[in-house]
Design a protein around this ligand. Sequence first.
Ligand code: NDP
Length: 485
Amino acid sequence: MQKELLQINNFIDGQLVGPSAGKYLDNIEPATGKPYSLVPDSDGQDVEKAVTAAEKAFPTWSRTTATERSRYLLRIADLIERDLEKLARAESIDTGKPISLARALDIPRAASNFRFFATAILHTESEAHITDNVAFNYTLRQPRGIAGLISPWNLPLYLLSWKIAPAIAVGNTAIAKPSELTPMTAYLLSEICREADLPNGVLNIVHGTGPNVGAPITAHPKINTISFTGGTVTGRKVAEACAPLFKKVSLELGGKNPNVIFGDADLDAAINGSVRSSFANQGQVCLCGSRIFVERPAYERFVDRFLEKTSQLKQGDPLDESTEQGAIVSKTQLDKVKFYVDLAQKEGGKVVLGGASPDKVNDRCAGGYFLSPTVITGLPVSCRTNREEIFGPVVTITPFDNEEEVIRYANDCDYGLASSVWTQNLSRAHRVAEQIHTGTVWVNCWLLRDLRVPFGGMKQSGVGREGGEEALRFFTEAKNVCIAK
Ligand code: NDP
């Protein structure tokens, strides 16, 4: 007999409630390919209930002092840290990522997000502008109302809390929609919010699909602020829904990030960094460097050592402590990644490592969605494989001859999220950083994050910036008060 599946619920007005229509979807564990929980298949009625709760909570929450709001957020951060093991395990089961990664990155970062914005709101300043002898102006930054927060499946709690924390810290109320593929840690967060006594309606979490829950959020006239992270195609739909209603929108979208290795780089550091930036979370991080460019004199040495190091990555059951490469999030995503591996070969590329699913990693994971880390060489810079986001453990390596050429290669793409540059030459690092069209340029590092810096993409990688002051400004309305002398 099949084991009864754990049923998770929406979090509306401080209560854990089932979806109005009573429908649930299977939540599949990517490592096994089997359903292990049920997620609400909510719809517009549930969004409506969340709006009612958020609207009711707003007048009080928006006038709560920053010190009090800060205390709630700090309590949530503490509880996330207390539950680190439970949350890391849940994230690993839900996404297929190695438990060691969830424990070291996803969950600590979720706690940091709450702690960061809990303390940031205690240290804000307001501008004043003195108009000669005529007037005195000051700027009030006020919460905007109800924020709609939509996030993807690759870093579920990490990305959702990156939106929830600033939105509610500055006094908005919020309706969050996690990806229906990875709802579990958002559900556990709703239990944490209850334990932290977060006032009812301040945060509401509605589970379900993009069309049934995401779209009603973006279309709802009372939700005037939308913060979205996801793919570029969905981002376009979100922008189209929000534009006629003049909503304030932040879009963090896809990436196809260049990783540039100059001949003078510290090769050990560049190789270690590049293996991480290529395959962390099975390549399912929007910031992964999926296009590697290596200066020709170092090309062969780099490729040999990169392949050697990549082939040592331990692929296995995500719940195994020693696993470094887990499962791909879904069958659909696995098929998409495999499609690109085929396409790369049709475009003239050579698969020099991986390219297929591994032999069974263990009995438990026999039906799971695995693909070995894959390295492709010999492709032209402008082919589809090198221009379209794959979002999986696939990386291409291409040689280049000089700085000017590699800047052209790096920018020959519709995306502009992040890049890495490896060189010991400081002047070159500055020159290249200035000319690469990406929202973040990492020099001699990758994924080194300071939560105060502006974070976001150029071109089709998005509109707007998250992080630090940018987020506080995004979630508030600037009002000028002008007092005549
Ligand atoms: P999607 O764009 O498919 O989904 C993102 C979220 O939007 C999900 O919650 C999804 O729900 C929801 N959604 C889908 N359709 C609509 C709609 N019409 N209106 C409103 N919401 C909708 O992205 P993925 O979940 O596949 O995530 C992978 C993508 O996210 C990659 O492109 C990656 O680059 C990008 N990403 C960008 C980051 C950044 O900071 N720039 C960071 C991390 C990822 P559902 O799951 O039900 O479809």
